[in-house]
Design a protein around this ligand. Sequence first.
Ligand code: NDP
Length: 444
Amino acid sequence: MSYVDEVYERIVRENPGEPEFLQAVKEVFDSLKPVVDANEDKFRREALLERIANPERQFKFRVPWIDDKGQVQVNTGYRVQFNSAIGPYKGGLRLHPSVNLGIIKFLGFEQIFKNSLTGLPIGGGKGGSDFDPKGKSDREVMAFCQSFMTELCKYIGADTDVPAGDIGTGAREIGYMYGQYKRIKGVFEGVLTGKGLSYGGSLARTEATGYGLLYITEEMLKCNGQDIKGKTVAVSGAGNVAIYATEKAQQLGAKVVTCSDSTGWVYDPDGIDLAALKEIKEVRRQRLTEYKNYRPNSEYHEGKGVWSVKCDIALPCATQNELDLEDAKTLVANGVTAVCEGANMPTTLEATEYLQKNGVYFLPGKAANAGGVATSALEMSQNSERLSWSFDEVDSKLQGIMVNIFHNLDAAAKKYGMDGNYVAGANIAGFEKVVEAMTAQGIV
Ligand code: NDP
């Protein structure tokens, strides 16, 4: 049995009940085979795969808080510090009822390679809780965030571990968490990113993941002789990534015709009305059923269905495993040419393989959505030098980073004879730098 298969079997044995983590490891390990096979003795002797797939440490803690009725509620908090070979742990905090250790580990594992791909000095980590901010009052959200940070602050710091937002953790939650960290630790430091502009946040961080997704998509299309202008785009999700992906796609001359949330989806044949979408989701925090009030010609459908719409480019921007084999078949039958992941692992392994086999350009999330964490690293730089850069300065650095990521992963795929396989290219390019740093630092 090859070293890769041996280690994967061990990981399956040692991590029962964590399907998302195993899925992420399998995808990465499968594409690393050519690299590992070429250096099998060294990798085996140094147990590099065992080390890279095992978090350096992980915390699981109780988060008690009091709701508006005076009832004590208890949630579970997590922080997984996966790999610090190339910099302090960096990765968001997810607040969603589906959160468990396996999901945080899958996200933390992906984050190692994503952060490496940005070319910036950041290691991989992730955290969160099964707390659901939806439907809670501001006071309840604050009570949760303060309790969560009271424990989390023991493990993080501007030079050790710098969390950020993710699903359910936006500007409001980051603000409450930052306030509590500062109160307990008594220091004003860049310990979180995604902060408000008045207390150390970076311009363009809000837009970064969605904009970055479009910058890399545009570069990939350009390198394959295509133009994004005039293309029809299907976007899923209606949160931070989806909204700013839609904004940049529209700026680049594409027409976005869909969006979705966890209850249903919208088809707007005239193109999504971005101002209406922002009003519904960012200001009023409402369901997408409201969209029809702004755009009577649009359609609202309950449940899943975004991928049944005919489009040239699909941008899954909601959550993991939201695009399955059936969806991939429908997209291909409808003539899709590119699928680029705004969310983390939104496409199942079977769907990814099907898309690739059918000649669809496929950009994995760890490359395509790296603009968010890259801009978080730029926020860290600004905090360290106690300066704020202009929107254009941050945005142009982001654009440069995304274009670079594409060329690095494209080159890595070509180097190992897998031209056009951007999944393999992203995994290999991200992995090589981390392995070099791990090797240089000895057995730790
Ligand atoms: P948000 O919370 O802002 O938005 C998430 C969107 O996805 C919402 O529309 C939400 O619907 C929908 N959604 C969430 N969970 C589910 C589910 N289980 N089923 C169906 N729909 C769901 O999160 P973000 O936009 O920040 O994150 C989206 C994805 O992008 C995640 O995978 C995240 O990890 C990834 N990502 C985010 C980055 C960032 O900078 N924000 C950076 C890199 C990756 P509803 O409102 O109904 O819950």
